[in-house]
Design a protein around this ligand. Structure first.
Ligand SMILES: Cc1cc2nc3c(=O)[nH]c(=O)nc-3n(C[C@H](O)[C@H](O)[C@H](O)COP(=O)(O)OP(=O)(O)OC[C@H]3O[C@@H](n4cnc5c(N)ncnc54)[C@H](O)[C@@H]3O)c2cc1C
Length: 482
């Protein structure tokens, strides 16, 4: 059994955020105990506690870099095991606001694999760390405290199959139990204020299906992302995954949810803002039935604003903030949070909660603003739209338009999406001038993609955004090396 001395940390939840917290805490604590409710499967297999694992999971460049830093050889190991590496702009077809970004190899690698594959590999790497133990099939029932309730001393844990709870003591407890985190409730029970919540009601519905595509269906690309537009708020992402399969996730907001019967699923795909995905899956062999997921709201708990909080308790990952998953930020933000935690660890002290939550809030601000700002471009989504949000949301389609021809702009944009650069970089004067130029110059007007050559439009070839006077033109020539 885990010991009760002071050099032990207890992590609640053994998904991505919990595993990454374990990785950095193992540098400072003799023993790290991760408690997870699920039985933990082999690499690549699904599990109950992560139902979102059945849906497409992209890993942004910033997240991949952190994983490489925390687990040297991470990218090579996953690639050797079947994950697909590629260039984030050269090999991916980004269709934003109805415009396709100019493709050019920029030397920024992306990695494609399914969520169970990714998580399974991270778990295997964490299991190999000295001092780390993962206790599976144990459910957290609550926290334990000192009699004055000022300090958390551990947690009560019950076997998932039922039975008597046991107490695990620790000098630091980290809650990584995801969106369903009970910390706000536990705080209330202990007489502390609960954190305020920022909430953006998106009413998102997902459906995902896996395929074996016909050869050449992606025309050499590894992903096609057709983003929702205000005129057609449906998103589709078709991406390669390990084993040469392709996963297609489609999504709609505020109740416009994709059906999960095959015909309804295909009809939703055909009505995406461009026809490229419908064309790519034409003639494909489906490997499963569409699986649904509902995501009512992006939620951010403002722990950093609390004036009273018990000592020796921290929160990480989706338990603090969960974003509209369409933007694929969660794992990267969990990784950034783990690095923030690492920075604050000074042996033998555990990080001060106030300092920690402030640093985490600063790390969350940018991805939260990106996701929420983009969501507020859709009139269906309720929420205040300050002038800054309105300005950026009228600038972005123009940027996307100009980036159909301009490598520099396309590169700057995917670096921001990949959480490598701050969004402010898109507002640099030289870039604003390029955007203006790209929108004014007659020969720079480049319509959003038509159906890929030789394939039927599937009825979805119309564009979400119309530029007066534009005639649809062929896609810009690829700038692929070789
Ligand atoms: C549909 C969907 C698609 C997404 N796509 C992407 C993407 O493309 N890219 C990306 O980066 N992110 C994506 N995300 C977000 C990403 O999955 C999460 O941000 C990431 O998994 C980090 O989550 P977490 O570890 O904090 O929580 P979770 O993954 O939710 O894990 C919580 C863990 O805690 C365990 N647990 C919960 N309660 C208890 C308890 N009482 N006792 C013991 N264990 C417990 C659960 O079993 C689970 O293992 C997506 C999310 C969704 C919903």
């Amino acid at each position: 059994m885990p010991g009760s001395d002071g050099d032990q940390v207890l992590i609640l939840g053994g998904s991505i955020a919990g595993l990454l917290a374990a990785r950095v805490l193992a540098e400072r604590f003799e023993r790290v105990v991760v408690v997870e409710r699920d039985p933990l499967p082999q690499i690549g297999e699904h599990r109950r506690g992560v139902p979102h694992g059945r849906h497409l999971h992209g890993l942004h460049p910033r997240g991949r870099e952190i994983l490489d830093e925390l687990f040297p050889g991470f990218t090579e190991t996953l690639t050797a095991d079947g994950a697909v590496g590629c260039d984030i702009l050269g090999d991916l077809r980004w269709q934003l606001s109805g415009y396709q970004l100019r493709q050019a190899a920029i030397g920024l690698p992306a990695l494609f694999a399914s969520r169970p594959f990714l998580e399974g590999h991270v778990r295997a790497m964490v299991r190999r760390l000295a001092g780390v133990r993962i206790l599976e099939q144990r459910s957290i029932c609550g926290l334990t405290t000192t009699p004055d309730r000022k300090t958390i001393t551990g947690a009560e844990v019950r076997p998932a199959a039922g039975g008597e709870p046991e107490r695990i003591t620790a000098s630091l407890v980290v809650d990584a139990t995801g969106r369903g985190s009970r910390t706000p409730v536990w705080l209330g029970d202990l007489g502390y204020p609960q954190p305020a919540q920022d909430r953006v009601e998106i009413g998102l519905g997902y459906a995902t299906r896996t395929y074996r595509l016909r050869p050449g269906a992606m025309a050499g690309d590894q992903m096609i992302l057709t983003a929702a537009t205000p005129a057609n708020p449906r998103t589709g992402v078709l991406a390669v995954t390990e084993g040469g399969r392709h996963m297609l996730t489609i999504a709609g907001i505020r109740g416009d949810h994709p059906p999960t019967d095959a015909a309804g699923f295909d009809a939703f795909v055909a009505a995406l803002p461009t026809a490229d995905i419908a064309a790519a899956i034409a003639g494909a062999h489906p490997l499963d039935n569409p699986v649904p997921f509902r995501f009512p709201a992006s939620v951010r708990h403002r722990y950093e604003r609390l004036t009273r909080f018990p000592a020796r308790l921290l929160v990480i990952g989706d338990a603090i903030c969960s974003f509209n998953p369409v933007y694929g930020q969660g794992i990267t933000v969990a990784a950034v949070q783990a690095m923030t935690l690492r920075r604050l660890l000074t042996r033998p002290a555990v990080p001060d909660a106030r300092r920690y939550f402030r640093a985490i809030a600063a790390a969350i601000d940018v991805p939260w603003d990106i996701a929420v700002g983009a969501d507020l471009a859709f009139p269906q989504i309720p929420g205040p739209r300050p002038a800054k949000v309105r300005l950026i949301n009228s600038y972005l389609p123009r940027l996307h338009h100009a980036a159909t021809r301009d490598d520099t702009l396309a590169t700057a944009l995917v670096r921001v999406i990949g959480l490598k650069d701050r969004p402010q970089t898109l507002l640099r004067p030289d870039r604003v001038i390029r955007v203006l130029h790209g929108n004014l110059a007659a020969d720079a007007v480049c319509a959003a993609p038509k159906p890929a050559k030789g394939w039927p439009s599937g009825g979805g070839g119309h564009l979400g955004i119309e530029v007066p006077g534009d005639e649809p033109r062929p896609l810009p020539a690829r700038d692929r090396p070789g």
